[in-house]
Write a protein that binds this ligand. Structure first.
Ligand code: ATP
Length: 244
């Protein structure tokens, strides 16, 4: 059984605008999958349909099934989906800039957890991102873009997820930082057996680390296959990899 499965999912914004038009995809536990596509293709909307963060007054899943670990999540609110193990790192990081990195991590930890669990999770985050520990007592708003992205990922890890969804983690970062952060995402995927769904416009960077990818255009999945299959596809090369 797949950990996550979407079958023919449709999302409508403002009652009229069909943003995704029957998206189907599957993620196996421990896998690392990318959702690629141009601006406005429907990638963020797909992630929001999974995490429940569409903002019900604007966007609604009007058709299809979303199953996580065998459970239908469509009727569940966002906090229950986090409790089930789905965490969504939104585009633009959304950390608390007036709090320190350490306070950001503590704030993301579930209230019902024990002190011991909190300390263990926080130590794990600092093992992956030692830079955050060095900056633990500065205000997070003063961290660099790369450090803020690390913190956003660290916050997500504080919920002990089974699936982490990352929306454009490369946004605004230098190529060197993108490779550093992507390498760390790969490391976390392997070491924690954490399933990763990565939304990226930077197709080259994403295809370098994932096993499988879906290409979404205009609300439809138009192609899916192994990273190698997509990397060597002439259309992908021309339109998404800068001419290969
Ligand atoms: P980007 O990388 O720019 O976020 P994307 O592939 O993630 O692109 P979406 O953000 O999912 O694309 O947007 C899909 C379509 O839905 C776009 O046409 C967008 O304008 C529209 N859309 C997104 N969010 C909303 C919203 N809150 N209300 C109305 N329309 C929206």
């Amino acid at each position: 059984m797949s950990l996550l499965s979407l079958s023919n999912v449709e999302v409508i914004y403002d009652r009229v605008f069909l943003a995704i038009k029957g998206v189907s995809l599957r993620l196996e536990e421990g896998g690392m999958v990318a959702l690629l596509g141009a601006n406005g293709a429907g990638k963020s909307t797909t992630l929001k349909a999974i995490s429940g963060l569409l903002g019900p007054e604007r966007g609604q899943v009007t058709r299809g099934e979303i199953t996580f670990d065998g459970r239908d999540v469509r009727a569940m609110g966002p906090p229950d989906r986090v409790g089930a193990g789905i965490v969504h790192v939104l585009e633009g990081r959304r950390i608390f800039g007036h709090l320190t990195p350490d306070e950001n991590l503590v704030a993301a930890f579930p209230l019902k957890g024990s002190r011991g669990e909190l300390d263990a999770l926080r130590d794990r985050v600092y093992t992956y991102f030692p830079r955050l520990k060095e900056r633990a007592r500065h205000k997070a708003g003063y961290l660099s873009g790369g450090e803020q992205q690390m913190l956003a990922i660290g916050r997500a890890m504080m919920t002990s997820p089974r699936l982490i969804m990352l929306d454009e983690p490369s946004l605004g970062l230098s190529p060197l930082l993108v490779s550093e952060i992507f390498a760390m995402i790969g490391e976390i995927n392997r070491a924690e057996k954490l399933t990763v769904l990565l939304v990226e416009q930077n197709a080259a960077a994403a295809l370098a680390i994932v096993d499988h990818a879906y290409l979404i255009e205009n609300g439809h999945v138009v192609m899916d296959g192994s990273a190698e299959t997509l990397r060597t596809n002439p259309d992908v090369q021309e339109f998404y990899l800068g001419g290969g």
